[in-house]
Design a binder for this molecule. Structure first.
Ligand SMILES: [Fe+2]
Length: 253
């Protein structure tokens, strides 16, 4: 699977490297799915419902030799947590948690300063992928599909839903079905957010929550230590859980 983002590669990557937006951008309003009994037998929806209910994950960040990784902790059961572990590998790879024995990474390859090609390799540690699974299209290609490729250097992997048609934003759907009002596919929802910031946004006008502001600097820089984050904001964000002992916990929205 490959597709294009019409913005700077770092801007696109940083939008993906964030767990808190799962609780808003990618979830539909379906109160029935918040029922505990339903969650326990619902597979993927079980995890999505946790994110729906706990919209303020705590992040524990770890530097690695080849990038940075963090765990986003959400309350799951009465005595348990749901951790989503996200990785950034230099120079431009990310990997967010997957489900159902399948894994997926992304390579954010700059085409120029304002266009990025995203490659998504898929694999499984538990079974051989079918040809269809190897394509990685299921759940990733929106109903509106792709534009025809052209021979132009930027003419590949472009979604039909784009800034020119407002990503087919549907206000009625936004009131009744999902937060974004967009097609219920994360590739479109993520793209609408990162591209609509501008082709190469500085983040100076950002009014988002504390942790999201880290996106305005280089990838991972503000993740590397709470001190570096505090130096930029003059305040150190704290965990809201007194018993939490991880030294790099950051409360985000
Ligand atoms: Fe996303």
């Amino acid at each position: 699977m490959r597709y294009q983002r019409a913005c700077n590669w770092l801007q696109a990557l940083e939008g993906d490297f964030d767990s808190s937006h799962l609780s808003f951008l990618h979830l539909a309003y379906d109160e029935k799915l918040q029922d505990t009994g339903h969650e326990r037998k619902a597979g993927i929806e079980y995890y999505r419902n946790i994110a729906r209910m706990d919209k303020q994950p705590l992040l524990e960040v770890v530097d690695t030799d080849i990038g940075v990784m963090y765990g986003a902790r959400r309350a799951a059961e009465e005595s348990g947590f749901y951790w989503r572990v996200t990785e950034f590998l230099l120079p431009f790879y990310t990997s967010v948690p997957a489900y159902c024995g399948k894994n997926r990474a992304k390579a954010w390859v700059p085409l120029d300063d304002e266009h990025t090609m995203v490659w998504e390799p898929n694999w499984s540690a538990t079974h051989d992928l079918t040809e269809e699974e190897q394509k990685g299209w299921k759940g990733r290609v929106p109903p509106s599909g792709f534009l025809p490729d052209t021979k132009d250097g930027l003419g590949y992997g472009r979604f039909v839903a784009n800034a020119g048609n407002d990503y087919f934003l549907d206000r009625k759907k936004q009131r009744s079905f999902n937060f974004s009002g967009l097609e219920n596919v994360t590739t479109i929802q993520d793209g609408a957010m990162t591209e609509s910031m501008g082709r190469s946004a500085t983040g100076r006008r950002s009014i988002l929550a504390l942790l999201t502001r880290r996106s305005s600097s280089s990838a991972g820089a503000c993740f590397r230590s709470p001190e570096s984050f505090a130096n930029k904001t003059n305040s150190l964000p704290a965990s809201n859980t007194p018993s939490f002992t991880g030294g790099t916990a950051i409360k985000c929205c």
